[in-house]
Design a protein around this ligand. Structure first.
Ligand code: ADP
Length: 231
């Protein structure tokens, strides 16, 4: 479970995230939806301890992240960044193995895990030796998801993970990720500015506006104007 309480962050005195309270229950895919600049990425980086908060707390599975050693936090949270962020000089194999290698997994375990993740994300095994520039946008996004899942973290933070893909492949990626999620049941916070993506992907949607959660509910509640209005 992810929980943020009264989480705030300002840049040069301008609030980016203001007193946000949120809970993502275990196994739920929660979508953070809102226009560009409303604070979605900042909120994700605060939860991942990549950006220090000005005030407020984040707990992940009951533990305050500001007191967790960074490697423990990294092991527990998979992070999918916008535009994939693969290392260009690493093969797909090495890109996927980054976190397991940091965690000093044994080589045969890494090989087994990498092969499993290729299958899970629908990528041919022969792509393991390709470099990122030899992949299409959709394939690179899949590698990004595989890399985030590599050390089997219970939590995934996904920042516009399918943002740079054409509509047809985006739909395929959404469907295959939902299939994966049905099996793996990760606790996911998924950022998008695309309303239809939010409705397709979310068990629950948090609508963000000007650094605050303005509304939350299931996709159905959001469409029919129900759900909780926060402010
Ligand atoms: P979103 O992800 O919803 O597009 P962001 O979280 O990226 O929004 O940005 C929220 C606000 O904080 C924006 O006004 C943005 O310009 C500002 N901001 C984000 N990161 C920084 C930074 N590192 N330095 C200064 N301002 C930032």
């Amino acid at each position: 479970m992810i929980r943020a309480e009264k989480l705030s962050k300002a840049y040069q005195g301008v609030p980016a995230v203001s007193e946000v309270d949120l809970t993502v229950p275990e196994g739920e895919l929660c979508v953070l939806l809102g226009p560009s600049g409303c604070g979605k990425s900042t909120l994700l980086r605060l939860i991942n301890a990549l950006t220090p908060a000005d005030s407020g707390t984040v707990t992940v599975r009951g533990q305050d992240i500001s007191r967790m050693p960074p490697e423990q936090l990294r092991r527990g949270i998979g992070y999918v960044v916008p535009n994939v962020g693969l290392f260009p000089h690493y093969t797909v194999r090495r890109n996927i193995a980054v976190v397991p290698e940091l965690l000093k997994w044994k080589k045969p375990d890494i090989i087994k895990r990498t092969a499993f993740l290729m299958e899970l994300t629908g990528l041919p095994q022969k792509y393991l030796d390709k470099y990122p520039h030899e992949l299409s946008g959709g394939e690179a996004q899949r590698v990004g998801v595989a890399r985030a899942l590599a050390a089997d973290p219970p939590i995934l933070l996904m920042d516009e993970p399918f943002g740079s893909v054409d509509p047809l492949n985006r739909e395929r990626l959404q469907r295959s990720f939902l299939d994966i999620q049905r099996t793996l049941k990760k606790t996911v916070l998924f950022v998008t500015h695309d309303v239809s993506e939010a409705l397709i992907m979310g068990d629950r949607i948090l609508l963000m506006r000007e650094g605050r959660i303005a509304r939350s509910g299931t996709p159905r509640e959001m469409v029919f104007g129900e759900g909780d209005a926060f402010r």
